[in-house]
Design a protein around this ligand. Structure first.
Ligand SMILES: C[S@@+](CC[C@H](N)C(=O)[O-])C[C@H]1O[C@@H](n2cnc3c(N)ncnc32)[C@H](O)[C@@H]1O
Length: 249
């Protein structure tokens, strides 16, 4: 499947970044905090957080569109490259992360690269945020509308690997001794246009548009708008975050 993440500016605007606590939790894992590598970094959603805890962070992504729109941060650099052939020297990375991207990778090839680039005492963390709840506490009806759309007919546009996001990466092979990390959820307040912008960044949305089914998105947008009320009203969006982490070597 062609990489659906070509519009970095739109991705940067509409995708959430991670709870501030996550960078600190991940920084506890390796023996040293000199270098971190964020693979499938997108526009730097996790890279920026890591830059607060490591001397140097490299974000690598297969999409030049993502890298071109990546958020600058002190100590952070970005490069186009793939997880399966990392543009990185041997044995130099203290922490390697993959956020919301592990399900897109050729994992055996990636893990071979992890073993190659990991410094002594290094750690690996796969991070994912699952299905969000839309204002579920304040207004269960609007969340129901959203869940019905996500899990209904529209679900056919997701790639089969999406199941790993939906089940918190539970079934992904992870050939390292695991360390438990409990991360708080991502909580954001979004107006209608922003929430619809987030839905528009989904790979499934791109597939629907490209296969001539963009009308299903437009229909959902109409129904959501009717239920939302004042489009400037901010509603609470909550994404659960899962981490699979372990020490390498
Ligand atoms: C859903 S985005 C996640 C971006 C960001 N890490 C985040 O947390 O929002 C998945 C990213 O993985 C990248 N990607 C997909 N396959 C890749 C591969 N084989 N090697 C490197 N990056 C890849 C895509 O270009 C995309 O930017």
């Amino acid at each position: 499947m062609a990489n659906p993440f070509t519009d970095g500016a739109d991705y940067a605007l509409h995708r959430p970044d991670y709870p501030r606590e996550l960078g600190g939790l991940l920084a506890e894992l390796p023996a040293r905090r000199a270098t971190a590598l964020d693979v499938g970094c997108g526009t730097g959603q996790l890279t920026v957080q890591l830059s607060r805890h490591f001397d140097r962070v490299l974000g690598v992504d297969a999409s030049a569109g993502q890298i071109d729109a990546a958020t600058p941060a002190p100590g952070a650099t970005y490069r186009v490259g793939t997880a399966e052939d990392l543009p990185v020297d041997d044995a130099g990375m203290d922490l390697i992360t993959v956020a919301q991207a592990a399900h897109w990778l050729d994992l055996p090839a990636f893990y071979r690269e992890v073993d190659r680039v990991a410094a002594p005492g290094a750690a690996l963390a796969l991070v994912s945020y699952g299905m969000c709840r839309l204002d579920a506490e304040a207004d269960p009806g609007i969340d129901e509308l959203y869940q019905e759309f996500y899990w209904g007919e529209f679900h056919r546009f997701w790639a089969p690997a999406r199941v790993h996001v939906e089940n918190g990466l539970a079934d992904l092979p992870f050939p390292y001794e695991e360390v438990e990390i409990v991360c708080p959820p991502i909580v954001r307040k979004h107006r209608l246009a922003h929430f619809l912008g987030y839905v528009g960044t989904w790979s499934a949305a791109k597939k629907a548009r490209e296969s001539g089914h963009g009308g299903e998105l437009a229909d959902f947008a109409r129904r959501l708008a009717a239920r939302w009320g004042d489009p400037e009203q901010a509603r609470t969006v909550v994404w659960p975050v899962t981490v699979r982490a372990g020490r390498v070597g």
